[in-house]
Design a protein around this ligand. Structure first.
Ligand SMILES: [Fe+2]
Length: 397
């Protein structure tokens, strides 16, 4: 009863909340728009948050060449690692202040964007990131912020959340505030061409999970469902193509838009158990977020089936998996079957070699606690069921 009440109240708070949308520039070569955007916003010294891989691939240099050509100053902070930690964010804040920057560019995947958002939030609030953990603790405009995703999955370029890792507690926490939605998103598929097939697959399923968890969750609205369906349709069609041929620019473009639209959807509605469990696996074992989601998604769809099959069927009809005259059961089964088949096409593993049975009780407890009241799931999962689900992923190794 308490849970239902909280979910009900949250749904109406969500509806009242004004979540901004980034100004979007999308298309091949759009990276070159950066100097113009910075100048329009009177920014002269930008803090570029990225990672070593992108620097080594020369992608960071592509960006700084554009900035050099317009005599814009910058400082490159390319120390971001997967699952950004409190210490890393503190280091970024110190560098930002030391170099007296006035704006931020996040160039990279989800970890880079989350790290950049967290740094920007700490700078404007003059607080450390743990003090900003939770809902609506920022409430202050960030410096001009341009998000440039180099993977198609996280959707962080459109979301109000930053995920931070506390390595001591082996746990992730979130900073959630509409102020964290980037002011600009530049989606340039040329930046994704070199992405390895495995990362293409895992990040692509992350985007799919955002769209699906948003759609089947109790906070979904007509608007969020439209964005989810758009994303799911593109992912079913183009993720196998992007996986098979990373140079397929049409597939890269469609996947980058799918990721963005899925981000728009879930940032207005929240996520579900796939993410709740994946966050624990990331915090404990550093299992990549997209991979954890990909392995878990079919299991959670099976678990939620009896409460959510009508929504599975709606998705199947709308993305064209079945004809309109097929029964809901046939449609729902086709949807779940399509996701399982997609995992096979993308060579997604079926278990987690890192997972230790001794850790399962704490992982399950934390996952259920993360989701409780915060994630509007279609069916509540007892801790014991979550333990059993994780045990299956251990046994079928
Ligand atoms: Fe995700």
């Amino acid at each position: 009863m308490f849970h239902q009440l909280v979910i009900f109240i949250r749904r109406y708070v969500n509806l009242l909340l004004r979540i901004p949308m980034p100004t979007l520039a999308s298309g091949q070569g759009e990276l070159k728009r950066c100097p113009q955007l910075l100048k329009q916003n009177k920014c002269a010294n930008v803090f570029i948050v990225t990672d070593k891989t992108l620097s080594q691939l020369g992608i960071t240099k592509q960006l700084t060449d554009y900035l050099d050509s317009e005599q814009l100053s910058y400082h490159v902070f390319d120390e971001v690692m997967p699952d950004p930690t409190i210490v890393l964010i503190e280091k970024g804040v110190t560098k930002y202040k030391q170099h007296q920057c006035d704006s931020v560019i996040a160039l990279g995947g989800g970890s880079v964007m989350d790290c950049a958002k967290a740094i920007a939030a700490c700078v404007v609030k003059n607080k450390n990131i743990t003090q900003l953990s939770g809902l609506f603790r920022v409430r202050k405009k960030l410096p001009s912020f341009i998000a440039i995703p180099t993977t198609a999955g996280t959707g962080s370029e459109a979301t109000l959340v930053a995920v931070v890792t506390d390595p001591i507690k082996k746990q992730k926490f979130t900073v959630i505030d509409p102020c964290l939605v980037p002011q600009f998103a530049i989606i340039d598929p040329l930046l994704m061409v070199g992405l390895p097939a495995k990362i293409t697959a895992e990040t692509g399923i992350d985007a799919l999970t955002h769209a699906v968890e948003s759609y089947i969750g109790l906070h979904a609205t007509k608007q969020s469902k439209t964005y989810s369906i758009d994303a799911i349709k593109r992912i079913f069609q183009y993720l196998p193509l992007a996986y098979k041929n990373g140079d397929d620019l049409t597939a890269r473009t469609e996947m980058s838009l799918a990721s963005y639209f899925a981000g728009i959807a879930f940032t207005r509605t929240s996520i579900g158990y796939v993410h709740a469990i994946a966050h624990q696996l990331g915090g404990y074992y550093h299992i990549p977020h997209g991979l954890a989601n990909a392995v878990l998604l079919p299991h959670i769809l099976d678990f939620s089936y009896d409460n959510a099959y009508k929504k599975y069927a709606e998705i199947a009809y709308q993305v064209g998996l079945v004809a309109a005259d097929e029964s809901e059961i046939v449609a729902a089964n086709r949807f779940v079957g399509t996701i399982k088949a997609l995992n096979i096409t993308l060579n997604i593993q079926q278990s987690f070699p890192e997972l230790k049975s001794v850790d399962i009780p704490i992982l399950a407890k934390r996952a259920i606690s993360e989701a409780f009241c915060d994630y509007p799931v279609p069916k509540l999962m007892p801790v014991k069921t979550c333990e059993n689900l994780l045990s299956e992923l251990l046994i079928c190794r």
